[in-house]
Design a protein around this ligand. Structure first.
Ligand code: ZN
Length: 224
């Protein structure tokens, strides 16, 4: 237990991983996690998609892109470095690391002993437009076996924001069983509602200013 860092994920890193995973659906995709160590915690500040080839149940990360990112982080001489990797399991859950995943994670932990592996399954968002924390799992190898590590974004509300933002970002391009139209429609409805609200406020403002003008005129007429 003592060797297990807890993991904090910045909302932007989380959103990026989420959007990459949904966008690649139903293929796997993956990339690297950028972050730093803060006391005993791993703080994931950013994530990149560095997928070379992928299929429904396979993803190969691009070593050249990873090297380039590592180099540019070094050049910035920040505390940030590559602290792990992430990949998606579209439709088959985030509850496990495959044998290949374990081998990959072993390499990451050799390079950096606190390295983490994040697994995300975007299928529930695709189906129900919802994100659950159980769709995202973080692992390390302990005695050669995957051990789950607790992780958090700041709050559950962030998950709702992410689900909504992903809908906005992907709305135009995303097509699935429920159809693009339904998605567009719901976004449009929200915009219309906001426009109606603005209209109502404008009408109220006009009535208010007319009343003020009328009152001042009356005062003018009534004043001796
Ligand atoms: Zn996997």
């Amino acid at each position: 237990m003592e060797n297990r860092p807890s993991v904090k994920i910045s909302p932007i890193a989380f959103l990026k991983i989420f959007v990459f995973a949904v966008n690649a659906y139903s293929n796997e995709t993956g990339g690297i996690l950028i972050g730093k160590e803060v006391k005993d915690e791993i703080f994931v500040t950013d994530a990149e998609e560095v997928c070379e080839t992928s299929s429904k149940a396979y993803v190969l990360l691009d070593p050249v892109k990873i090297a380039n990112i590592a180099e540019s982080l070094e050049r910035k001489s920040s505390e940030e470095k590559i602290i792990g990797w992430w990949h998606s399991h579209p439709g088959y859950g985030a509850d496990f690391l495959s044998e290949i995943d374990v081998n990959t994670q072993r390499i990451y932990q050799k390079l950096y002993d606190k390295a983490i592996a994040l697994v995300i399954d975007p299928s529930r968002w695709v189906r129900d437009r919802e994100v659950f924390t159980s769709d995202i799992k973080v692992y390390r190898l302990e005695n050669e076996r995957p051990a789950e590590i607790l992780w958090e974004v700041s709050s559950e509300d962030v998950l709702k924001i992410i689900a909504y933002a992903a809908m906005e970002i992907l709305g135009k391009r995303f097509v699935d069983g429920t159809g693009e139209e339904a998605l567009q429609e719901s976004i449009q409805k929200e915009f219309l509602a906001i426009r109606e609200e603005i209209k109502t406020i404008n009408i109220l403002l006009v009535i208010l200013s007319m009343t003020i003008i009328l009152l001042s005129l009356m005062l003018l007429v009534l004043s001796p």
